[in-house]
Design a protein around this ligand. Structure first.
Ligand SMILES: N[C@@H](CCC[C@H](N)C(=O)O)C(=O)O
Length: 362
């Protein structure tokens, strides 16, 4: 990986014209090489090009050359596209030519760094499919660990595929993940609906060491975190989630009041979660409307978590707090989640947007 001193940085004119508050942090991204962007930004045709999760648009590109940008294969460089799903942001890497990720977990940590790298919650690789699936998705968290699945990430993955390949009108494909088969479908409005499969509730499979109290599941159980007794329901969407609506002192959370940075890590590393855990803190507005904040395993506080939103609706149904179809409000925006009775699958619908294109020296 190139060091900060060895990097050249050239921002596209659109970014140079941005207000100082936005342009300055972008200029300080020291490990990027933006030479290709200078020539390519003006010719990108992606109508969703944005510099942040905000609605500010900084260019409506004209002639397309996205594909040629992504096709470039100079040695020593990896070309990437940064996407976000409700502010949960990822570096997407075209890895279709190899079964091994093109960057290591250690490199991923550096690339995800928000001061000395590109800045992201994770790095996602588009890889060849296995067992008859169209593609394989692998992901490294910003701490370099490898989770089984990522809900917001798989929506970004779907939009990235649509940029990389001529899908000939096909809007849905099969993706092999550590959580099994996942099926995203790009809708006409650009949002992505994902069949996230069945939730896993058996305690030992989540995994949690908390004793099962409802069938084989852990539902509204006591979890002692530094002397505070939280009521938790444990759900795996391929990756582990601990969902809480309150504790003994405060049965109904007001999630904006939580000091997430202080309590999140205590859940993540709690001895009851042998594979660590993602934790969702939830406020119930109605049977169809929930609000959550998340502390992610390996990434900390993020603006959204797709698998987390799915786990929240499953937990809310199990605890009798909500119906099977809910809007889940996250700091980065809303997700529509449905846990279908017919097939026991969870369906998630939400956006995925390009943030910027770049190249990085490795
Ligand atoms: N943000 C993701 C989840 C990413 C993986 C998670 N940090 C883990 O380690 O399980 C999502 O949208 O689902």
């Amino acid at each position: 990986m190139a060091t900060a001193a060895a990097i050249s940085l050239s921002l596209p004119p659109q970014i140079r014209r941005l207000p100082a508050s936005i342009a300055a942090p972008l200029r300080s991204i020291s490990s990027l090489h933006f030479d290709s962007l200078r020539s390519n930004f003006s010719s990108l045709r992606n109508p969703n090009f944005r510099v942040s999760a905000s609605s500010m648009r900084i260019g409506t590109p004209e002639k397309i050359s996205t594909a040629s940008f992504l096709d470039r294969r100079e040695s020593g460089f990896i070309h990437f596209v940064k996407y976000h799903g409700l502010g949960n942001d990822f570096i997407l890497v075209d890895n279709r030519d190899s079964k091994e990720p093109r960057i290591t977990p250690e490199q991923a940590v550096k690339l995800c760094d928000r001061n000395f790298g590109i800045g992201a919650d994770g790095v996602i690789f588009v890889m060849p499919g296995v067992n008859g699936t169209d593609y394989t998705m692998r992901i490294f968290n910003s701490d370099g660990s490898e989770p089984e699945m990522c809900g917001n990430g798989v929506r970004c993955f779907a939009r990235f595929i649509a940029e990389l390949e001529n899908l000939h009108g096909k809007q849905s494909f099969t993706v092999h993940t550590g959580a099994g088969l996942i099926v995203p479908e790009i809708q006409e409005d650009g949002k992505v609906k994902v069949d996230m499969g069945e939730p896993i509730l058996k305690a030992s499979d989540v995994p949690t060491k908390l004793p099962a109290n409802k069938d084989q599941a852990v539902v509204k159980s006591d979890l002692n975190v530094d002397g505070v007794i939280w009521n938790v329901t444990c759900v795996s969407m391929g990756n582990p989630h601990c969902v809480t609506f309150g504790n003994k002192e405060n049965q109904n959370l007001t999630v904006d009041e939580l000091n997430l940075a202080a309590i999140g890590p205590k859940f993540e590393h709690h001895e009851m979660f042998p594979a660590r855990t993602n934790t969702e803190f939830v406020e119930v507005f109605s049977h169809e409307h929930l609000k959550m904040r998340v502390w992610e395993r390996g990434a900390g506080a993020t603006l959204a978590c797709g698998t987390g939103a799915c786990a929240v609706v499953v937990a809310a149904v199990l605890e009798g707090r909500a119906g099977r179809s809910c809007t889940v409000e996250l700091p980065g925006g809303p997700l529509d989640i449905e846990w279908k009775e017919e097939d026991n699958h969870v369906y998630m619908t939400g956006p995925a947007e390009v943030v910027f294109y770049g190249s990085v020296a490795v």
